[in-house]
Design a protein around this ligand. Structure first.
Ligand SMILES: C[S@@+](CC[C@H](N)C(=O)[O-])C[C@H]1O[C@@H](n2cnc3c(N)ncnc32)[C@H](O)[C@@H]1O
Length: 218
Protein backbone atom coordinates (compact mmCIF):
# COMPACT_ATOMS: atom_id res chain seq x y z
CA UNK A 1 0.00 0.00 0.00
CA UNK A 2 1.21 3.52 -0.79
CA UNK A 3 2.13 5.89 2.00
CA UNK A 4 -0.85 8.19 2.48
CA UNK A 5 -0.65 11.88 3.13
CA UNK A 6 -3.24 14.00 4.96
CA UNK A 7 -5.62 14.02 1.99
CA UNK A 8 -5.77 10.27 1.44
CA UNK A 9 -5.65 9.59 5.18
CA UNK A 10 -8.61 11.86 5.90
CA UNK A 11 -10.50 10.46 2.89
CA UNK A 12 -10.06 6.87 4.16
CA UNK A 13 -11.18 7.82 7.70
CA UNK A 14 -14.07 9.99 6.48
CA UNK A 15 -15.64 7.30 4.27
CA UNK A 16 -15.05 4.54 6.83
CA UNK A 17 -17.16 6.51 9.35
CA UNK A 18 -19.72 7.87 6.89
CA UNK A 19 -23.28 6.63 7.42
CA UNK A 20 -24.26 4.87 4.19
CA UNK A 21 -26.76 6.97 2.24
CA UNK A 22 -25.25 10.25 3.40
CA UNK A 23 -23.35 10.74 0.15
CA UNK A 24 -26.70 10.95 -1.62
CA UNK A 25 -27.65 13.93 0.60
CA UNK A 26 -24.38 15.62 -0.41
CA UNK A 27 -25.05 14.82 -4.07
CA UNK A 28 -28.44 16.56 -3.78
CA UNK A 29 -26.81 19.61 -2.18
CA UNK A 30 -24.26 19.67 -4.98
CA UNK A 31 -27.01 19.30 -7.60
CA UNK A 32 -25.40 16.16 -9.02
CA UNK A 33 -27.93 13.50 -8.01
CA UNK A 34 -29.63 13.56 -11.44
CA UNK A 35 -26.37 12.68 -13.21
CA UNK A 36 -26.14 16.06 -14.95
CA UNK A 37 -22.34 15.63 -15.11
CA UNK A 38 -22.77 12.40 -17.09
CA UNK A 39 -25.25 14.14 -19.41
CA UNK A 40 -22.61 16.83 -20.10
CA UNK A 41 -20.08 14.14 -21.07
CA UNK A 42 -22.47 12.66 -23.66
CA UNK A 43 -23.67 16.06 -24.89
CA UNK A 44 -20.09 17.30 -25.36
CA UNK A 45 -19.39 14.25 -27.50
CA UNK A 46 -16.64 13.19 -25.09
CA UNK A 47 -18.32 9.98 -23.95
CA UNK A 48 -19.99 7.65 -26.45
CA UNK A 49 -22.51 5.01 -25.44
CA UNK A 50 -20.53 2.13 -26.96
CA UNK A 51 -17.26 2.96 -25.16
CA UNK A 52 -16.04 0.97 -22.18
CA UNK A 53 -15.90 2.92 -18.94
CA UNK A 54 -13.90 2.53 -15.74
CA UNK A 55 -15.18 4.60 -12.83
CA UNK A 56 -12.46 5.64 -10.39
CA UNK A 57 -13.79 5.67 -6.82
CA UNK A 58 -17.44 4.74 -7.43
CA UNK A 59 -18.82 5.64 -3.99
CA UNK A 60 -22.44 4.51 -3.65
CA UNK A 61 -22.95 4.17 -7.42
CA UNK A 62 -24.31 7.58 -8.44
CA UNK A 63 -22.42 7.52 -11.77
CA UNK A 64 -23.02 3.79 -12.40
CA UNK A 65 -26.73 4.43 -11.95
CA UNK A 66 -26.62 7.43 -14.34
CA UNK A 67 -24.77 5.42 -17.02
CA UNK A 68 -27.12 2.42 -16.79
CA UNK A 69 -30.21 4.63 -16.68
CA UNK A 70 -29.07 6.32 -19.92
CA UNK A 71 -28.57 2.95 -21.62
CA UNK A 72 -24.79 3.01 -21.79
CA UNK A 73 -24.00 0.02 -24.03
CA UNK A 74 -20.21 -0.31 -23.54
CA UNK A 75 -18.76 -2.36 -20.70
CA UNK A 76 -18.94 -0.53 -17.36
CA UNK A 77 -16.54 -1.35 -14.54
CA UNK A 78 -15.58 0.44 -11.37
CA UNK A 79 -13.00 0.49 -8.64
CA UNK A 80 -13.42 1.55 -5.05
CA UNK A 81 -11.12 1.49 -2.02
CA UNK A 82 -13.73 1.69 0.73
CA UNK A 83 -15.09 -1.73 1.74
CA UNK A 84 -18.49 -0.45 2.84
CA UNK A 85 -19.10 1.10 -0.59
CA UNK A 86 -17.61 -1.92 -2.35
CA UNK A 87 -20.08 -4.30 -0.66
CA UNK A 88 -22.97 -1.93 -1.35
CA UNK A 89 -22.00 -1.74 -5.03
CA UNK A 90 -21.64 -5.54 -5.26
CA UNK A 91 -25.16 -5.92 -3.93
CA UNK A 92 -26.77 -3.20 -6.07
CA UNK A 93 -24.77 -3.60 -9.31
CA UNK A 94 -24.14 -7.37 -9.53
CA UNK A 95 -23.56 -7.19 -13.31
CA UNK A 96 -20.83 -4.53 -13.05
CA UNK A 97 -17.25 -5.83 -12.65
CA UNK A 98 -16.01 -4.20 -9.44
CA UNK A 99 -12.47 -4.00 -8.12
CA UNK A 100 -11.65 -3.30 -4.51
CA UNK A 101 -8.48 -1.44 -5.36
CA UNK A 102 -6.50 1.58 -4.35
CA UNK A 103 -6.13 4.04 -7.24
CA UNK A 104 -2.53 4.56 -6.16
CA UNK A 105 -1.71 0.85 -6.38
CA UNK A 106 -0.55 1.24 -9.99
CA UNK A 107 -2.55 -1.75 -11.14
CA UNK A 108 -5.53 -0.30 -12.99
CA UNK A 109 -7.95 -2.23 -15.22
CA UNK A 110 -8.09 -0.91 -18.78
CA UNK A 111 -11.04 0.79 -20.51
CA UNK A 112 -11.71 3.37 -23.21
CA UNK A 113 -12.68 6.08 -20.74
CA UNK A 114 -11.84 6.66 -17.06
CA UNK A 115 -14.36 8.72 -15.07
CA UNK A 116 -12.97 10.54 -12.02
CA UNK A 117 -16.07 12.43 -11.02
CA UNK A 118 -17.47 14.62 -8.25
CA UNK A 119 -14.20 15.98 -6.92
CA UNK A 120 -12.61 12.53 -6.53
CA UNK A 121 -9.24 13.96 -7.64
CA UNK A 122 -9.33 16.42 -4.72
CA UNK A 123 -8.80 13.59 -2.22
CA UNK A 124 -5.18 13.28 -3.42
CA UNK A 125 -2.14 15.52 -3.01
CA UNK A 126 -0.94 17.31 -6.18
CA UNK A 127 1.91 14.80 -6.51
CA UNK A 128 -0.55 11.89 -6.28
CA UNK A 129 -2.95 13.57 -8.73
CA UNK A 130 -0.12 13.60 -11.25
CA UNK A 131 0.87 10.01 -10.35
CA UNK A 132 -2.67 8.73 -10.96
CA UNK A 133 -2.81 10.48 -14.33
CA UNK A 134 0.49 8.85 -15.31
CA UNK A 135 -0.91 5.44 -14.37
CA UNK A 136 -4.15 6.12 -16.19
CA UNK A 137 -2.27 6.97 -19.38
CA UNK A 138 -1.43 3.28 -19.81
CA UNK A 139 -4.88 2.02 -18.80
CA UNK A 140 -7.40 4.27 -20.55
CA UNK A 141 -7.61 6.37 -23.70
CA UNK A 142 -9.58 9.27 -22.21
CA UNK A 143 -10.22 10.61 -18.71
CA UNK A 144 -12.93 12.96 -17.43
CA UNK A 145 -12.16 14.79 -14.19
CA UNK A 146 -14.84 16.77 -12.38
CA UNK A 147 -14.18 19.48 -9.76
CA UNK A 148 -15.86 22.61 -8.42
CA UNK A 149 -14.83 25.74 -10.34
CA UNK A 150 -12.13 27.67 -8.47
CA UNK A 151 -13.83 30.13 -6.08
CA UNK A 152 -17.29 28.57 -6.55
CA UNK A 153 -19.67 27.56 -3.77
CA UNK A 154 -19.11 23.92 -2.79
CA UNK A 155 -19.68 21.69 0.23
CA UNK A 156 -16.42 22.96 1.76
CA UNK A 157 -16.84 24.35 5.28
CA UNK A 158 -13.44 26.05 5.25
CA UNK A 159 -11.06 27.07 2.51
CA UNK A 160 -7.44 28.12 2.66
CA UNK A 161 -6.35 28.69 -0.92
CA UNK A 162 -6.57 25.39 -2.73
CA UNK A 163 -6.81 23.46 0.54
CA UNK A 164 -10.48 22.86 1.41
CA UNK A 165 -12.12 21.00 4.27
CA UNK A 166 -15.58 19.51 4.56
CA UNK A 167 -16.46 19.13 8.21
CA UNK A 168 -19.38 16.90 9.21
CA UNK A 169 -20.79 15.30 12.34
CA UNK A 170 -18.72 12.15 11.76
CA UNK A 171 -15.46 13.58 10.49
CA UNK A 172 -13.50 15.99 8.37
CA UNK A 173 -12.23 15.41 4.87
CA UNK A 174 -9.29 17.49 3.70
CA UNK A 175 -9.02 18.12 0.00
CA UNK A 176 -6.83 19.90 -2.54
CA UNK A 177 -8.50 21.71 -5.44
CA UNK A 178 -6.17 21.71 -8.46
CA UNK A 179 -6.22 24.74 -10.76
CA UNK A 180 -6.84 24.35 -14.47
CA UNK A 181 -3.15 25.05 -15.14
CA UNK A 182 -2.12 22.28 -12.73
CA UNK A 183 -4.48 19.80 -14.39
CA UNK A 184 -3.30 20.97 -17.80
CA UNK A 185 0.35 20.40 -16.90
CA UNK A 186 -0.35 16.99 -15.21
CA UNK A 187 -2.28 15.98 -18.34
CA UNK A 188 0.45 17.08 -20.74
CA UNK A 189 3.17 15.33 -18.76
CA UNK A 190 1.13 12.13 -18.87
CA UNK A 191 0.62 12.49 -22.63
CA UNK A 192 -3.02 13.61 -22.71
CA UNK A 193 -4.45 16.52 -24.69
CA UNK A 194 -6.82 18.58 -22.63
CA UNK A 195 -9.85 20.82 -22.74
CA UNK A 196 -12.24 22.26 -20.15
CA UNK A 197 -16.02 22.25 -20.02
CA UNK A 198 -17.57 24.55 -17.37
CA UNK A 199 -21.16 23.70 -16.36
CA UNK A 200 -23.75 24.43 -13.69
CA UNK A 201 -25.46 21.77 -11.60
CA UNK A 202 -29.18 21.62 -10.77
CA UNK A 203 -28.46 23.67 -7.62
CA UNK A 204 -26.55 26.28 -9.65
CA UNK A 205 -23.14 25.17 -8.42
CA UNK A 206 -20.38 26.08 -10.87
CA UNK A 207 -18.22 23.10 -11.78
CA UNK A 208 -15.68 22.14 -14.42
CA UNK A 209 -15.19 18.97 -16.40
CA UNK A 210 -11.60 18.48 -17.53
CA UNK A 211 -11.62 16.31 -20.63
CA UNK A 212 -8.35 14.49 -21.34
CA UNK A 213 -7.53 12.33 -24.35
CA UNK A 214 -4.48 10.56 -25.73
CA UNK A 215 -5.70 11.67 -29.21
CA UNK A 216 -5.92 15.36 -30.15
CA UNK A 217 -9.22 16.88 -28.94
CA UNK A 218 -11.36 19.13 -31.18
C1 LIG B 1 -16.45 12.10 -3.78
S1 LIG B 1 -16.61 10.36 -3.87
C2 LIG B 1 -17.17 10.23 -5.54
C3 LIG B 1 -18.08 9.05 -5.75
C4 LIG B 1 -18.55 8.82 -7.19
N1 LIG B 1 -17.44 8.80 -8.13
C5 LIG B 1 -19.56 9.89 -7.64
O1 LIG B 1 -19.22 10.68 -8.53
O2 LIG B 1 -20.68 9.90 -7.13
C6 LIG B 1 -14.91 9.80 -4.00
C7 LIG B 1 -14.76 8.30 -3.93
O3 LIG B 1 -13.39 7.96 -4.19
C8 LIG B 1 -13.00 6.90 -3.31
N2 LIG B 1 -11.52 6.93 -3.14
C9 LIG B 1 -10.79 7.85 -2.48
N3 LIG B 1 -9.48 7.52 -2.53
C10 LIG B 1 -9.40 6.38 -3.25
C11 LIG B 1 -8.31 5.55 -3.66
N4 LIG B 1 -7.05 5.82 -3.32
N5 LIG B 1 -8.58 4.45 -4.39
C12 LIG B 1 -9.87 4.15 -4.75
N6 LIG B 1 -10.95 4.89 -4.40
C13 LIG B 1 -10.70 6.00 -3.66
C14 LIG B 1 -13.74 7.21 -2.02
O4 LIG B 1 -13.82 6.06 -1.20
C15 LIG B 1 -15.09 7.71 -2.57
O5 LIG B 1 -15.97 6.64 -2.75
Amino acid sequence: MSSYNKYQESSARFYAALPLGTLDTFARLSGLETGIDVDCLYREGFLHKEESVLELGAGYGRVLHALLERGHAGKISALERNLQFFRFLQEHYPAVPLYVTDLLSGDLPSADVGLWMWSGIMEFSPREQQQVLFQLASAVHKVAIDTPAVGAVSNATSTDGQHQEVSTGWGVIQTYLPTSSEISSFAQLAGFSFRMFPYQTTTQRHRVLYLLSRSPLP
